[in-house]
Write a protein that binds this ligand. Structure first.
Ligand SMILES: [Zn+2]
Length: 133
């Protein structure tokens, strides 16, 4: 059962959960970035926002996807999106550029600049991260 903060209008998993409490527009995150990044983000959003119980929060420098806990963080950088997700096993292979142990799971990063970089494998990674929770 989610809750919408009356101050910032963010949807949160629990009432009174600590969060970045300010109105941030998605546009400001993509300002001065290549327009293709918005298209890439929209595609990921369209897929992942449909999964059960997923909430999307916007902070000043990233977009956070939660299912009670965070399973995906997307950070618009100058020329690409940094996509962070979690896994049970390390992913030393491309397109994962970084896979570091964090508690009992691994934190992975993929960078995406083009719509063509959005492969089904990426969504499999994100789905795995979602299912860890
Ligand atoms: Zn708030």
């Amino acid at each position: 059962m989610s809750w919408i903060c009356p101050k910032c209008e963010r949807e949160l998993p629990k009432p009174e959960q600590r969060h970045y409490c300010a109105r941030v527009s998605l546009d400001s995150l993509f300002q001065g970035r290549p327009p293709e990044l918005v298209l890439v983000f929209d595609k990921i959003l369209a897929e992942v926002a449909d999964w059960d119980g997923v909430l999307v929060g916007i902070t000043p420098n990233c977009i956070v996807f939660t299912r009670r806990l965070t399973f995906l963080v997307i950070r618009p950088m100058k020329k690409e999106l940094d996509v962070k997700f979690y896994s049970k096993v390390p992913h030393p292979e491309r397109p994962v550029i970084k896979s570091i142990a964090s508690g009992n799971k691994f934190e992975n990063h993929i960078r995406i600049a083009l719509l063509d970089d959005l492969r089904p494998a990426l969504f499999n990674y994100l789905r795995e991260s979602y299912q860890l929770l």
